[in-house]
Ligand binder design. Structure first.
Ligand code: GLU
Length: 416
């Protein structure tokens, strides 16, 4: 059996594939294979019972050729340096694909927030922010929410950094509450952006939104909002899964009631009006669109063969392994890869940062209009390369994103 590849090894394979079409000079290609900086910190936290626990945190700035490093912070028990590096590389390609003036970064702390009190999460966040405080800043590296971090965590980061500086610095972090410099529309931005590119794909493929049956794996913020927006556009949400199991109804689920059920019971399992099954069983059921919206690697060589969907729109980062990619590409599945499909989040983060720096805030229509424009343009560029060079959509997206980063690296040259 071949050894399972780590997330960053998979990123390097995809970079290699993109370079087969880009043909970059070795000195540029090799710079794209290395993270610029990676910081590991120990985060001691006083727990509610008076004991002190030690957590490990990371911040990786993958590439900053196109601008300040940008990317979320993840709290999850399995966070490690390899994963954070992989996600930081993805942020680098993602910001380039949507052509916003940022590099790529990611951070994380290995912790289980489900077992921690709010006060413990606050102390963890403040100490972690202090430990990475010399790397972050509105001109250098701007964190944002990711899995199991939210507006409140961003508010604590903003406050801690501001206390360190002695004045308020809203532009140090995005995804903040609106009351302290957050942007309207940031909360649902990932899902709004995903729907924009999905609508474009559906049109290009000659399908109709009203005929589509959609399955969503993961009902966090992105998955839940995507279900709401898509059912509002007339698509049928037939399957929804979380870490505990899945609910499926080929006639369509009542999204509002399902989300209420999830809110009350903590899972989509046991929802009346749906068949209960495992996530892998759901993948084998009929649907036209699959939206993975949870952890990485959820679509892998074990379940890829049974997937029925024709379109996969990746709300999660890195949800499909390279092996699964191969199987699904062979089946002719149309991918909207993570670096394009979920880029709406970082696009509105960009708007938030611009508004913070200008101290001038836009209304929600303005945000949505600009988000729509950027996502449509990025889709058309990637789709154009896919058609013209006969590449699958993931490689096409990589060719666009990596190509832009390589151009910036090359123009800036090598210091000293
Ligand atoms: N964590 C989100 C992502 O993976 C958002 C990052 C950001 O807004 O900086 O794209």
């Amino acid at each position: 059996m071949p050894q399972k590849k780590s997330p960053f090894e998979e990123i390097l394979l995809r970079l290699e594939e993109a370079n087969r079409h880009l043909g970059l000079p070795d000195h540029i290609y090799n710079r794209l294979r290395h993270p610029r900086r990676a910081l590991t910190v120990s985060v001691p936290v006083k727990m509610d019972d008076g004991s002190v626990s030690f957590f490990t945190g990371y911040r990786v700035q993958y590439n900053t050729a196109r601008g300040p490093a940008k990317g979320g912070i993840r709290y999850h028990p399995e966070v490690n340096l390899d994963e954070v590096t992989a996600l930081a590389a993805l942020m680098t390609w993602k910001t380039a694909i949507v052509d916003i003036p940022f590099g790529g970064a990611k951070g994380g702390v290995a912790c289980d927030t489900k077992k921690m009190s709010k006060a413990e999460i606050e102390r963890l966040t403040r100490r972690y922010t202090y430990e990475i405080g010399h790397l972050i800043g509105p001109e250098s590296d701007i964190p944002a929410p990711d899995m199991y971090t939210d507006e409140q965590v961003m508010a604590w980061i903003m406050d801690t950094y501001s206390m360190m500086k002695g004045y308020s610095v809203p532009g140090v972090v995005t995804g903040k509450p609106v009351a302290i410099g957050g942007s309207l529309g940031r909360n649902r931005a990932t899902s709004e952006g995903l729907v924009v590119v999905l609508v474009e794909a559906v049109r290009e493929l000659g399908l109709r939104m009203e005929d589509l049956r959609v399955s969503i794996i993961g009902v966090g913020k992105a998955g839940a909002a995507a279900a709401e927006i898509l059912s509002g556009l007339g698509a049928k949400i037939v399957g929804v899964a979380d870490s505990k199991g899945a609910a499926y109804n080929p006639k369509g689920l009542n999204v509002k009631k399902l989300l209420e059920h999830k809110e009350e019971s903590g899972t989509v399992r046991g929802f009346k009006g749906a068949e209960e099954m495992t996530v892998d069983e759901l993948l084998g059921r009929d649907s036209d669109v699959l939206i993975p919206a949870a952890l990485e690697g959820q679509i892998n060589e074990k379940n890829a063969g049974s997937i029925k969907a024709k379109i996969i729109a990746e709300a999660a980062n890195n949800p499909t392994t390279c092996e699964a990619d191969e199987i699904l590409n062979e089946k002719g599945v149309f991918f909207i890869p993570d670096v394009l499909a979920n880029a709406g989040g970082v696009v509105v983060s960009y708007f938030e940062w611009v508004q913070d720096l200008q101290r001038y805030f836009w209304d929600e229509n303005e945000i949505n209009r600009r988000l729509h424009g950027i996502m449509t343009k990025a889709f058309k560029e990637v789709y154009g390369v896919h058609r013209e060079k006969k590449l699958n959509m993931r490689t096409a997206a990589m060719v666009v994103g990596v190509g832009r980063v390589a151009e910036a690296v090359s123009l800036r040259g090598l210091y000293p």
